[in-house]
Design a protein around this ligand. Sequence first.
Ligand code: R5P
Length: 292
Amino acid sequence: MLLYFQDQAGAARALANAAGLACHCVDVHRFPDGEVKLRLPHQLSARVTVFRSLHHPNEKLVELLLLARTARTLGAVHLTLVAPYLAYMRQDMAFMPGEAVSQRIIGAFLASLFDAVITVDPHLHRVATLAEAMPMEHAIVLTGAAPLSDLVVKLKDRPLLIGPDEESGQWVALAADRHGLDFAVCRKVRSGDRDVAVALPDVQVSGRAVVIMDDVASTGNTLAAAARLLHSAGAVSIDAAVTHALFDNGAIDTIRSAGVGQIWSTDCIAHATNTVSMAPLIAQALTEMFAN
Ligand code: R5P
């Protein structure tokens, strides 16, 4: 059985179809004061999968707390969270004394509610595995870099893949390796939410079709900063592929005005740029986990 919320019905139903699961929408009532009340199907199967992608996460985390605790009382023995986008993974250390290390706190919170988690390209930079941030038996990580890379090679002729910062190196290397493409990674210094300085690597860009790949784009400033440099360096085309299309207000304009043509993303977060469905890979991961 798969439970989902109405605002993510499309991706949840696609997953339920791919995995052969019956799916049910959780009824959510929002009170005038901002509190929520959930209503689940009154008879749950022993194994329940919950679909919740966690962009704009704060209210969703409370919903998951209410849902998971209620599901246990209604008969669920094993709870899996499918969170194609996992929030709070970027705050993985205290950069200043006194800062909350959100990755560990939210990771431990979700691990206290669920027996398993399946996610896509969590932003793991200073930790090697998701289980370090989210201690549970099944902490399964899938990648959008592979299907995005498959799409890119269909649409562009031998593109040069560029990662806009060091963290993106893991996904860009994987995407390039899959199709024997050239790749390189920029250096980035962030001085604020919307302030980034990017330096291009020492690589021949002139005359190349370039695709910038990253796990996530939020304000779009990282992609835009890299695109401006690539444009100056003589790239014949600049496109972008991201796993998580957070794209807040104005991000697409920021990216396009920097000279980016096509923008492709996975459906981990619903957005007009979605071109790759993760449902088949998530369904396969669910099937394999339950087979074990
Ligand atoms: C951070 O390291 C991530 O990989 C992204 O590069 C970053 O979150 C993008 O943020 P923005 O689009 O706001 O520059």
